[in-house]
Design a protein around this ligand. Structure first.
Ligand SMILES: *Cc1c(COP(=O)(O)O)cnc(C)c1O
Length: 385
């Protein structure tokens, strides 16, 4: 469809034309590796499924429409998409990234690409002076996440894009936490949006995937070259699952946001809780920026249980509605303790200095009834005290 539609309509229809021959409403899972050619070199748009597959094309069209972008590319995981962004750089290039980026992003930057002579500076990206100080003539990329994990810091995408562009660097935004339903970085000046489709876009904790979206045809061509050359492409079945997920993204996100807002307010008033990190709370340090940049505040929040590491572990072990697990963005609520799980590898002193205290608990607020979540957490707090 080439008319301009609202995101609720694009989520269901973009890239999703009924099949011309059979009328099948849903994109078939084109489970094949190769395609018949009419003559040598005369393919009908597809020649080999690493290079292109119709189910993947429909997903890529759908994702581009959601982000308000021209070009979408799907990958086998969020890390596959992040790796492809790094493929765009050359040895000697420099990257500025947030000091609280996703752990896998930090790992591929420092443990894989430093070996290839790329260099990285990790700074507080809410502090634009710090970002400016880190930028150098050889800086080619500014990597931004917002909201960040697990303290839900909100970064100013237009400000950071402008800073990157002053240095002719690309600004890439990992939009996994907000999703295009709440925030569209390309409209704010970013050059590329990166996704882990594993989270809200898939939305059902049943698939791992990634994507990149851009408006720049040259960038897209280079991304396509690396997508095909490196080969971290998703299977047609995985593409089908994500397409099934994106159709309900708007309704799921509405409920995630509603539940997270209610739960954040309840936790904020709770005597067992010392602090709540949720961009929707007026006490959040970047609340106003979040209100401006996002259409709502998302389904992720963290809070500080007023107790020891062991007591906070008891809380996350005792919940039933919240499942103790890493990851996020599915319909079901998840709970985790960064100090003992996702961020356990960071030395304690460093972890505390970054605000990742022993009692910190992160939740991915699902779409169950929020009253059941409150009752569940109350029982877990009681068990821990
Ligand atoms: C999960 C995640 C990734 C990595 O995605 P995978 O699909 O697990 O490879 C990248 N960025 C963020 C913000 C994530 O939450």
């Amino acid at each position: 469809m080439d008319e301009e539609f609202r995101i609720e309509t694009d989520a269901i229809h973009a890239g999703q034309e009924p099949d011309e021959e059979t009328g099948a409403l849903m994109t078939p899972i084109y489970a094949n590796s190769t395609y018949e050619q009419d003559g040598p070199g005369e393919d009908r748009g597809y020649e080999y499924s690493r290079t292109g597959n119709p189910t993947r094309t429909d997903l890529e069209t759908n994702l581009a429409a959601l982000e308000g972008g021209e070009f979408g590319r799907a990958f086998a995981s969020g890390m596959g998409s992040i790796n492809t962004v790094l493929n765009l750089l050359e040895s000697g290039d420099h990257v500025v990234a947030g000091d609280d980026v996703y752990g896998g992003t930090h790992r591929i930057f420092t443990q894989v690409y430093e070996e290839y002579d790329l260099s990285f500076d990790f700074v507080d990206t809410t502090d634009h002076d710090a970002v400016r100080d880190a930028l150098r003539p050889e800086t080619e990329l500014v990597w931004v996440e917002t909201p960040t994990n697990p303290l839900m810091q909100v970064n100013d995408v237009s400000g950071l894009s402008a800073l990157a562009h002053d240095y002719d660097a690309l600004c890439v935004v990992d939009n996994t936490f907000a999703t295009p339903y709440l925030q569209r970085p390309l409209e704010l000046g970013a050059d590329i949006v990166s996704h882990s489709l594993t989270k809200y876009l898939g939305g059902h904790s049943d698939v791992v995937g990634g994507a990149l979206v851009t408006n720049d045809p040259d960038l897209d061509e280079r991304i396509g070259f690396y997508q095909n050359s490196v080969g971290a492409t998703p299977s047609p079945f995985d593409c089908f699952l994500v397409l099934r997920g994106t159709k309900t993204l708007p309704v799921r996100m509405d409920r995630h946001c509603h539940n997270a807002r209610e739960l954040a307010a309840w936790l904020d008033d709770h005597e067992a809780v010392a602090d709540v990190y949720y961009p929707g709370l007026e006490s959040h340090p970047q609340h106003e920026l979040a209100a401006e940049q996002m259409d709502d505040f998302g389904g992720m929040l963290s809070f500080e249980f007023d107790g020891s590491l062991e007591q906070a572990s008891t809380v996350v072990e005792e919940t039933d509605v919240f499942t103790l697990a890493e990851s996020l963005g599915g319909v079901e609520s998840l709970i985790e303790q960064p100090a003992a799980m996702t961020h356990a590898a960071i030395p304690r002193e460093e972890r505390l200095a970054a605000g990742l205290t022993d009692g910190l608990i992160r939740v991915s607020v699902g779409i169950e009834h929020v009253d059941d979540m409150k009752r569940d957490l109350q029982a877990a707090f009681d068990a821990a005290q």
